[in-house]
Design a protein around this ligand. Structure first.
Ligand SMILES: [Zn+2]
Length: 430
């Protein structure tokens, strides 16, 4: 594999999320120590493994594409130190337990871990905002994106590397965007996500208004509204927005539900960590106990017409698949997708694009209305350009984005910094 030489001292090796989204992991090696930035998993291919010989593994946030391989460290002969924020630890633990349950329920399962591995991850975790290792200091900085998300800066041999993880500069309804002021300036290398590197989204307020307008219009027609989400953060954000809109009168009172035991557990962590959220959220006693949305265990508990926020986010399993099957054929009903990505050939993607999908051995036609309103927690191109112009990195590596997105971003920032889009396994010396 190519080694691109900028000069010698620190070695960066991109082990995952190169020219794609999923399985983030970057090794940084000095003369004296070796750290990993994130230790994620690709949920559609859990066989991919990273080296285990790190002095510390730094986790930017709890999403499994950044933390899902941590259980693998528990089989290493040397106990590892995992560094990340406390809420990232607590939520990662919930997500890892759920992931193991799902993996172990698959026929011909090869993953080979149980809940005891998750307890060990908890024991290895040092919930500090900075760590000193031989010849290297690491610091965490708020990243927006989701509760507990951090950027990570590494300082060694007079050089600085800033890794964004996933980040977001704009405020969302429950979380403030990241503050660029405290970030280290002129780092030798910025390693930035580029998920939406080629996109500029309309302002958040416009998207929220569009969302509420669409929900109101379906409610007027007495239709059902399905909002498939992930259990961590997006579920709470969507449920809280609907709850608040019903409280303020921006939406009428309507049967409203959340269905996800995992989301319900995460609500508890959010309530216990109110300080992470906006001032408005902090003023409420139990902000993630909703007034107007009821948590139910099963789709049979839903009284129609209803608005339902439920998992799985990609609609391939769980309540979102059951309700899609139940509601797809009726033109009064409405599915609202709030993320920009759906896996190829997933029921939701087929339902949206082909107007039919297959489930339970049947071909189901789709007459329900589909809307895509990208209320994303990722920086878009304008925000990444803002980060680069403020931080002024000498060089920038683009990861965590499809090649098309990374290339569009590269063009947008190439006059401000030397940009490179590494391949998987590629090493760079700085
Ligand atoms: Zn993320």
């Amino acid at each position: 594999m190519t080694i691109r030489r900028w000069c010698i001292d620190l070695k960066i090796r991109v082990l995952g999320a190169a020219r794609e989204v999923g399985g983030s992991c970057i090794a940084v090696e000095t003369e004296q120590c070796k750290v990993a930035l994130d230790y994620g998993i690709k949920l559609d291919d859990v066989t991919d493994e990273y080296p285990k010989n790190f002095d510390a593994v730094m986790i930017s946030h709890a999403h499994l594409d950044h933390s899902g391989s941590l259980v693998r460290l528990t089989k290493s002969r040397n106990p590892q130190v995992i560094v990340g924020s406390k809420v990232t630890r607590d939520i990662s633990i919930e997500l890892l337990k759920d992931m193991i349950k799902i993996q172990n329920s698959k026929p011909n399962e090869v993953f080979g871990y149980d809940e005891s591995a998750v307890s060990k991850v908890h024991d290895f975790w040092s919930p500090n905002e900075s760590v000193d290792l031989p010849g290297l200091t690491a610091e965490l900085h708020g990243a927006g994106h989701v509760a507990g998300a951090k950027m990570i800066s590494l300082h060694s041999e007079g050089k600085t590397i800033l890794y964004t993880g996933d980040f977001c500069i704009h405020d969302t309804e429950i979380l403030e965007g990241c503050n660029l002021d405290p970030l280290p300036k002129s780092p030798d290398v910025l390693i930035s996500e580029s998920t939406y590197g080629g996109k500029v989204r309309p302002p958040r307020g416009e998207l929220v208004a569009q969302f509420l307008k669409q929900v109101s219009s379906t409610m007027k027609a007495r239709g059902n509204i399905l909002i498939p989400t992930f259990a961590f953060h997006r579920s709470q954000e969507m449920a809280k927005r609907i709850d608040q809109a019903m409280e303020d009168g921006a939406l009428p009172r309507y049967n409203a539900y959340t269905i996800s035991n995992l989301a319900q557990k995460i609500n508890g962590h959010f309530n216990a960590n109110k300080h992470l959220f906006t001032e408005q959220i902090q003023r409420q006693e139990q902000p993630f106990e909703y007034k107007h949305l009821k948590h139910v265990e099963r789709t049979t508990d839903v009284e129609e017409p209803a608005i339902v926020v439920c998992t799985a986010g990609f609609g391939h399993a769980g309540a979102s698949l059951s309700l899609l099957i139940q509601w797809a054929e009726d033109a009064e009903n409405n599915v609202i997708l709030t993320s920009g990505y759906l896996p190829p050939d997933s029921p939701l993607r087929n339902a949206q694009e082909k107007r039919y999908f297959r489930a339970e051995g049947e071909k189901i036609p789709v007459r329900a209305r589909f809307d895509q309103i990208e209320l994303s927690g990722h920086a878009d191109q304008r925000e990444i350009v803002e980060l680069v112009s403020k931080v002024k990195p000498k060089r920038t590596l683009l990861v965590h984005g499809d090649l098309e997105q990374a290339e569009a971003l590269s063009t947008a920032i190439s006059e401000m910094t030397e940009v490179y889009i590494p391949e998987k396994g590629e090493s760079l010396l700085i």
